[in-house]
Design a protein around this ligand. Structure first.
Ligand SMILES: *Cc1c(COP(=O)(O)O)cnc(C)c1O
Length: 363
């Protein structure tokens, strides 16, 4: 029996998508083989890859002057790729520090600086507020003529989310790993969007990059070709073997999202799920979420128990009740419920029922 899986990533995938993949697993569309056994250059596979891109473009209304790349290496490799492609000789890149993932992006950009005398400027940070809120843009110290401004719209570990899209002169770059496809997005506001697939798209192993065409072709001369956006775009993300299964399965997720009514419909569902859970937490003396209300994540809901000594019991009993992977990130502890697109409202309701019962018995 399938349980409700609240894992932050790799995360739940819609059951209808898994069933479809199961049906197609041994013999994809009378090809006599599974999708995993097929050449990525075959007409069959290319049709799958192209359909996935077309559906993603429809979902996000991606303008024609943006390329979509289907890459490997996770969001983490993009931390470096961004610098290699966009941080020119002697230039400064502005970063907004809102938690662990933005800090990792900052660390990797700094590592690149020695290569060409470029700089990283932390233009704003939530540190003074213990990462419980997003710094208002009026407080940011942006650099004139910065190479780009990088931010993390949803901090997966802290459960901290931006409630605005920053306004910048420099190209805006965003790590959408844990919130892409959760709601409609005005792609034209961004220079580059990237996301590892294993949170809110599909299986691990695929990384999506959506990049404006004018930002390609400026990579540092030593940039490995696999990290070079212009080179990957010219080769249709097939400079080498792409993550074929992840690309295929993500395509099935895109079809599923379109069937659900697209991202406006998903946003309504995601908003309702998150509100249900936060309302329950706020109405309880036993559970607590510390994030400033406007910056609470719709996707990742961290919470603590009144008595941290009860965490092991909470995890054991929730798991036994079919509510999986509720432990917070190993770096912060506590609990965290990740409620991406594939989590139905019923799963959130089952969780709050369990939480209410647990509080009654242990409060
Ligand atoms: C999970 C996550 C990452 C790291 O993703 P990988 O694909 O494992 O490299 C980076 N940024 C955010 C916001 C994430 O949630």
């Amino acid at each position: 029996m399938r349980a409700y899986n609240f894992c932050a990533g790799p995360a739940a995938i819609p059951e209808a998508v898994l069933e479809r993949a199961q049906q197609e697993m041994l013999d994809w569309h009378q090809s006599g083989m599974s999708i995993m056994e097929m050449s990525h250059r075959s007409a069959e596979y290319v049709s799958v890859a192209e359909k996935a891109e077309a559906d993603l473009r429809q979902l996000l209304a991606i303008p024609a002057n943006y390329k979509v790349l289907f890459l490997q290496g996770g969001a983490t490799l993009q931390f470096s790729a961004i610098a290699f492609n966009l941080l020119g000789e002697g230039q400064t890149a502005d970063y907004i520090d809102t938690g662990i993932w933005s800090q990792k992006a900052i660390d990797d950009a700094k590592r690149f600086n020695a290569l060409n005398g470029s700089h990283v400027n932390i233009a704003a940070s939530s540190q003074a507020d213990q990462y419980l809120s997003v710094p208002a843009q009026s407080t940011w110290q942006l650099t004139d003529n910065a190479a780009y401004v990088h931010y993390t719209p949803n901090e997966t570990i802290g459960g901290l989310a931006f409630d605005f899209i920053p306004q910048t002169d420099a190209p805006l770059i965003a790590d959408f790993s844990s919130c892409i496809l959760s709601e409609p997005l005005d792609v034209s506001r961004f220079g580059l969007i990237y996301a590892g697939a294993q949170k809110n798209i599909g299986p691990a192993g695929l990384t999506l990059v959506i990049v404006r065409e004018d930002l390609m072709g400026r990579a540092h001369p030593v940039t490995p070709p696999l990290l070079n956006y212009g080179v990957e775009a010219k080769n249709g993300s097939m400079l080498n073997t792409p993550p074929t299964f992840g690309w295929y399965l993500s395509g099935l997720v895109f079809e599923w999202l379109l069937e659900q009514g697209g991202l406006a419909a998903m946003h309504a569902k995601n908003h309702a799920k998150a509100k249900y859970l936060y309302d329950f937490i706020d109405g309880s003396d036993f559970y607590h979420n510390p994030i400033a209300h406007p910056n609470r994540s719709m996707m990742n809901v961290p919470f603590t128990l009144a008595d941290a000594g009860l965490e092991k019991t909470f995890l054991a009993q929730s798991q036994a009740a079919g509510l999986l992977n509720l432990a917070g990130h190993r770096s912060v502890g506590g609990m965290r419920a990740s409620i991406y697109n594939a989590m139905p409202l019923e799963g959130v309701q089952a969780l709050t029922q369990f939480m209410a019962e647990f509080a009654k018995q242990n409060g």
